[in-house]
Design a protein around this ligand. Structure first.
Ligand code: HEC
Length: 111
């Protein structure tokens, strides 16, 4: 085997590894985030707590899920009221935009 061929293998292997890592870690994990960011204090997947269940949110917004990722992500960070009742959602300013989008996508993908 020529030195040239061997020299190519390492960068190619590294590139494959990095591509794989980006696919796995590029988008924060929405399911893990809702647990980590204490959304669970007010939301359950199926039960009404202080806030509406994630499955109800997904069902309501299913028709415009693409647009709703941004709308819900903003509401997750800034808080808001009036869509589900009189109780407002508090702002969650410890959540980044990427994290909020990942959680919104995870919620909207529930059925
Ligand atoms: C203090 C309680 C509380 C916490 C903590 C909380 N929420 Fe909420 N959430 C609510 C309430 C109440 C509503 C309903 C607001 C309304 O009527 O518009 C709501 C609504 C929502 C909605 C639906 C918005 C809409 O317009 O349909 C989403 C999505 C959501 N919350 C996600 C989250 C996520 C993700 C977290 C964690 C980062 C979180 N919430 C933390 C109380 C909370």
């Amino acid at each position: 085997m020529s030195e040239y061929a061997t020299a190519w293998k390492l960068p190619a292997g590294l590139f494959a590894l990095l591509t794989f890592a980006a696919a796995v870690y590029g988008e924060p994990d929405g399911a893990a985030l809702v647990a980590e960011k204490r959304c669970v204090a007010c939301h359950d997947e199926t039960e009404v707590l202080l806030g509406p269940p994630y499955r109800a949110i997904a069902a309501r917004h299913a028709a415009q899920a693409d647009v709703m990722v941004e709308v819900l992500a903003r509401k997750i960070i800034l808080g808001g009221a009036g869509n589900w009742g009189v109780v407002p959602m508090v702002p969650n300013e410890h959540v980044s935009e990427d994290e909020a989008r990942a959680m919104a996508r995870w919620i909207l993908a529930l059925d």
